[in-house]
Write a protein that binds this ligand. Structure first.
Ligand code: SF4
Length: 241
């Protein structure tokens, strides 16, 4: 089962991909200031117990920190405890997606070693500039499972130089959703997909986004169809198990 664990909530906009951040959008609808970062009541969710054992069951996939960034400065005092919680549940798979990978080396737990086997870290690269800035750092960190998230994909990106070394397990690409969504182009998605094919890396086209250009024509795609249209494209590359 897939679980969402948001140990803290709130963030600061950091790069181009953050422009239409859904955390800010949804908080804004409820008059909440997303820049005020706070601990959530569910901070210890992965180690919470019921009479029948852990609330989060062995084997579950835990999507971590989706309403913030795990390596956000404002969370520095809380992260050590979060790592302890993660370390206590090696029977789960934790997925962490960050834009702040440049901070990660100073934010890893003392016993991290070459990485925890059950922690998968993904770095967002929305454009070439952020790929060039983040991926060399990412590839040099000790991490057992690495993936790249090109979402919202804002321009054509050449990822091949970062895929050839074998350190990346998967690339996920997708357009932007929500009000004011920026354009995503089929050719940009294909360029990433082809780089993955050349490098033997798994690829997943997650969603088209709300504004999608294909063969020079721009389509407005309702949210309920964005993932389905990506599946219909049939361009995923399944990774090696
Ligand atoms: S880093 Fe993520 S959570 Fe933070 S503002 Fe950017 S998109 Fe939103």
């Amino acid at each position: 089962m897939n679980i969402t664990w948001n140990p803290w909530h709130g963030c600061r906009k950091y790069s181009e991909g953050c422009l239409h951040c859904y955390v800010f959008r949804i908080d804004g609808e409820h008059d909440i200031d997303s820049r005020v970062v706070r601990l959530n009541a569910d901070f210890d969710l992965p180690v919470k117990m019921t009479k029948k054992g852990y609330k989060v069951k062995p084997g579950d996939v835990v999507y971590t920190c989706l309403s913030s960034d795990f390596f956000l400065e404002e969370a520095d005092d809380w992260r050590e405890r979060a790592w302890e919680i993660i370390a206590a549940r090696r029977d789960l798979k934790f997925i962490i997606i960050t834009k702040r990978i440049l901070r990660a080396s100073g934010c890893l737990p003392a016993d991290w070693g070459e990485g925890y086997e059950h922690v998968h870290i993904g770095v967002t690269c929305e454009n070439q500039r952020r790929a060039d800035e983040r991926l060399p750092v990412f590839l040099n960190l000790p991490i057992r499972h690495r993936f790249i998230v090109c979402e919202p994909l804002l321009e054509k990106i050449d990822l091949l130089p970062y895929l050839s070394g074998g350190g990346i397990e998967q690339v996920i690409a997708g357009g932007e959703s929500g009000p004011g969504a920026r354009l995503c182009d089929w050719e940009w998605v294909l360029a990433i997909r082809n780089a993955c094919a050349d490098a033997g890396v798994a690829f997943h086209f997650k969603q088209t986004g709300a504004l999608f250009r294909k063969d020079g024509r721009i389509y407005r795609i309702p949210r309920r169809l964005q993932a389905a249209q990506a599946v219909r494209a049939g361009i995923d590359i399944v990774g090696r198990e």
